[in-house]
Design a protein around this ligand. Structure first.
Ligand SMILES: Nc1ncnc2c1ncn2[C@@H]1O[C@H](COP(=O)(O)OP(=O)(O)O)[C@@H](O)[C@H]1O
Ligand SMILES: [Mg+2]
Length: 266
C-alpha cells in the first residue's frame, strides 16, 4: 500500500529539501521502504544533502519508455533517490503531458516502495502544483515571515481551486520555540480559512538549528548520524513523521502517483 508525500513551500530556502531528506530517513528507520523523488528537475539537490554523487538519473527516455526500473536511481542510507540530477537542461522545462506521464510512470514503484517522498520545486508553477495534487499527503513548510506565508498560501489556493485539494499539513521551520511556531501556524491557518474551504493540520516545528545546517555542509543528513539521534531535531522529525501519517489524506481526484491508494484505504 504505497503512499506518496509531497513537500512544498512556495518560497525557496525554507527547508523543504532538508525536511524531505530527514523525513525519508525517519520512515526508513521505522522499517519502511522509502523512495525520494527530487522533483526539482534540472536543479536537483536532495542527493547532495544525502552525500551522493549521481550518475544515473531521470531523463526523457524514462518519460517515453514508461518505467523507472532501469537503474535510474541511487541509494543512500537505505533510501532510494530518483533525481533529475543537477544541470539537466532537458528536464528544466517539461511539458504538461511529459510531467503527467512521469507521474503515471512512478506507479510502477508501488510494489517496491512504501513511501514516495516528493521534494517539489520552489514557486507555484504548474509543475509544483501537479506534484502536490498527485500526492496522498502534502506537507507545507513555512517559516515565520510574511513572504513565506503568502507563498504557501498561493500554493494552497492554487492547489485547492485548480485541483480540488482540501487537506494540507504544515511544518513551521526555523522557529525560536514551540509557542512562537504555534503562533505562526495559527496566523497562517486564519489567513487560509478566511478565504478557502480547506483543512490544515499542524505537524509541529523544527528549531533554528546549527546541527541541521552543519549536516548540510557535511553532506550527511542529521537523521543518518547516530550521534544526533537523541537531539531535539531528531525528536522533532520523528514526531512530525508520526503526525503526518495520521493526518487527513488528500482526496482530490486527478492524476495521482499511486492511483489506487485511496481505494485501498477505504
Ligand atoms: N531548521 C533549520 N535550522 C537552520 N538552518 C536550516 C534549517 N532548515 C533548513 N536550514 C538551512 O536553510 C537552507 C535551505 O534549506 P533547504 O532544505 O535547501 O531549503 P529549500 O529546499 O526549501 O530550498 C540550507 O542552508 C539549510 O541548511
Ligand atoms: Mg530544495
Amino acid at each position: 500500500m504505497a503512499q506518496s508525500i509531497a513537500i512544498a513551500s512556495g518560497k525557496g530556502g525554507v527547508g523543504k529539501t532538508s525536511i524531505a531528506v530527514n523525513l525519508a530517513l525517519v520512515l526508513r528507520q521505522l522499517g519502511s521502504r522509502v523512495t525520494l523523488l527530487d522533483a526539482d528537475f534540472g536543479m536537483a539537490n536532495a542527493h547532495i544533502l544525502m552525500g551522493q554523487n549521481l550518475r544515473p538519473r531521470i531523463d526523457k527516455s524514462m518519460l517515453a519508455n514508461g518505467t523507472v526500473d532501469d537503474a535510474l536511481s541511487t541509494s543512500a542510507h537505505g533510501v532510494t533517490i530518483l533525481s533529475g540530477g543537477s544541470a539537466a537542461l532537458d528536464l528544466l522545462d517539461l511539458k504538461k503531458n511529459e510531467r503527467l506521464q512521469l507521474i503515471r510512470n512512478l506507479e510502477s514503484l508501488s510494489d517496491e516502495t512504501d513511501y514516495l517522498i516528493v521534494d517539489t520545486p520552489a514557486g507555484a508553477s504548474d509543475a509544483t502544483l501537479a506534484f502536490v495534487a498527485a500526492a496522498d499527503r502534502i506537507v507545507l513548510v513555512v517559516v515565520g515571515e510574511p513572504t513565506s506565508f503568502m507563498d504557501a498560501y498561493t500554493i494552497v489556493k492554487a492547489a485547492h481551486l485548480e485541483h480540488g485539494v482540501r487537506s494540507f499539513s504544515v511544518v513551521v521551520n526555523m522557529a525560536s520555540d514551540g509557542q512562537e511556531a504555534r503562533r505562526h501556524f495559527d496566523h497562517f491557518l486564519a489567513i487560509a480559512l478566511r478565504f478557502l474551504d480547506v483543512e490544515l493540520t499542524y505537524l509541529g516545528h523544527l528549531p533554528m538549528s546549527l546541527p541541521l545546517r552543519r549536516s548540510v555542509v557535511a553532506r550527511r543528513p542529521l537523521m543518518a548520524n547516530p550521534a544526533d539521534a537523541k537531539g531535539v531535531e531528531a525528536e522533532a522529525f520523528r514526531s512530525i513523521a508520526q503526525k503526518l501519517l495520521k493526518a487527513p489524506a488528500n482526496k482530490s481526484s486527478g492524476i495521482r502517483f499511486f492511483l489506487d491508494t485511496m481505494e485501498k484505504e477505504s
